[in-house]
Design a protein around this ligand. Structure first.
Ligand code: FES
Length: 120
């Protein structure tokens, strides 16, 4: 018996976004930028460059989690160690809980580590 629906389904994760307007739960595919997933589900987040460079879309993990930051133009090991995530160009690889609107904190973190901090 053949069954074309046997194809493995795209992995999808639950992403909880905590922002100034409350908590939003969205689903985000493993191959989908979290920012895009949020917008498609009615959650508007800040952004300027959409390239993982300007830090405007920054979030910070509130719990351990996995994400793919390989599409970010500029992202450093120190950013990951501190739990910062650039939502415009990062893809969930596990369920995530994230504080949004974290650009100011991420810029201060970059400056403290003598790393590039656009718009700081
Ligand atoms: S919008 Fe510029 S880094 Fe995400």
């Amino acid at each position: 018996m053949t069954n074309e629906s046997v194809n493995s389904p795209a992995r999808t994760f639950r992403v909880t976004l905590e922002g100034p307007d409350g908590v939003h739960e969205i689903s985000a595919g493993a191959d989908e930028h979290i920012w895009d997933a949020a917008l498609a589900q009615g959650v508007e987040l800040p952004a300027i460059c959409h390239q993982g460079f300007c830090l405007t879309c920054a979030g910070q993990l509130l719990a351990p989690g996995e994400f793919d930051s390989s599409d970010c133009e500029q992202y450093f090991p120190e950013d990951r160690e501190a739990g910062y995530i650039l939502l415009c160009t990062s893809k969930a690889q596990s369920d995530l809980r994230i504080r949004t609107f974290a650009a100011d904190n991420m810029r201060r973190h970059r400056v403290a580590h003598r790393l590039p901090a656009p718009y700081s």
